[in-house]
Design a protein around this ligand. Structure first.
Ligand code: IPE
Ligand code: IPE
Ligand code: MG
Length: 237
């Protein structure tokens, strides 16, 4: 089982358009899927789930779509409040939430604070998130803290990321058929296994998620090493 699963929840707009609906309807439906996937993570012992909700590039979308997406996160968090508390989900935000409307921001900050001691699942919401922006922020913070050049290590940089203290993603799922990272978890995904699904995010069920987990289970991760052969399969004596 992966300890950390990251998901690029893509395809909301196409899902809606295929039904003759506004793109927003796809975002609303897509946001509802997160609950089932988070529950499945708890069932399977996945400790961290990171979902890509809004990228730094998504600002270039029409203003009404952007403002809809801004309101969607606090709205969903409120709707799932009892589930979050019952199932002990810890909410973290990756990204600059200072750009949220004030009331939305306060609502999000409140739930982050209130769930800080929950231990069943870390749900990282990447919101106004860009992988490069995250690295720039980390570098700036390290310089501000006065870290000396010779003291900068990979662990220090990892600790300056939004995901500080969490394992790197083992599995990254992208729905919607495209096969690219779109500026997601640039620093953290060096040895992540990628899984691409043509299913549009609002149609991505628990069963589809289980198929991704099963596929992950069949992979051999080598981390640059020589493949491990099964005992007795080959002899090097
Ligand atoms: C992903 O769905 C959600 C966000 C980027 C916020 P899209 O809105 O990108 O859906 P498509 O890719 O246009 O279908
Ligand atoms: C990636 O989807 C961002 C999110 C899912 C939030 P996009 O739809 O923005 O990615 P591109 O533009 O197809 O690369
Ligand atoms: Mg898209």
């Amino acid at each position: 089982m992966p300890a950390h699963v990251a998901i690029i929840m893509d395809g909301n707009g196409r899902w809606a358009q295929r039904r003759g609906l506004e793109r927003q309807a796809g975002h609303r439906e897509g946001a509802r899927r997160v609950r089932d996937i988070a529950s499945a993570c708890i069932d399977y012992g996945v400790r961290v789930l990171t979902i890509y909700a809004f990228s730094t590039e998504n600002w270039d979308r029409p203003a009404d779509e952007v403002s809809f997406l801004m309101d969607l996160i606090p709205e969903r968090l409120e709707a799932e409040r009892s589930m979050i508390f019952e199932q002990q989900v810890r909410i973290r935000v990756l990204g600059e939430i200072e750009t949220l409307p004030l009331l939305d921001r306060v609502a999000v900050q409140d739930i982050v604070r209130q769930t800080d001691r929950h231990a069943a699942l870390d749900l990282n919401i990447a919101f106004n998130y860009g992988g490069r922006a995250e690295i720039v922020r980390a570098v700036r913070n390290l310089i501000r803290e006065g870290v000396r050049a010779e003291d900068v290590t990979e662990d220090i940089v990892s600790g300056a990321m939004y995901t500080a203290g969490q394992p790197d993603p083992d599995l990254l799922i992208r729905t919607g058929g495209d096969q690219r990272s779109s500026n997601f978890l640039v620093w953290q995904s060096t040895y992540t296994e990628f899984y691409f699904s043509s299913i549009l995010w609002p149609d991505f069920t628990k069963e589809a998620f289980e198929a991704a987990l099963a596929d992950f289970g069949s992979r051999q991760r080598r981390f640059g090493r020589v493949p491990v052969t099964a005992p007795g399969a080959a002899s090097d004596a």
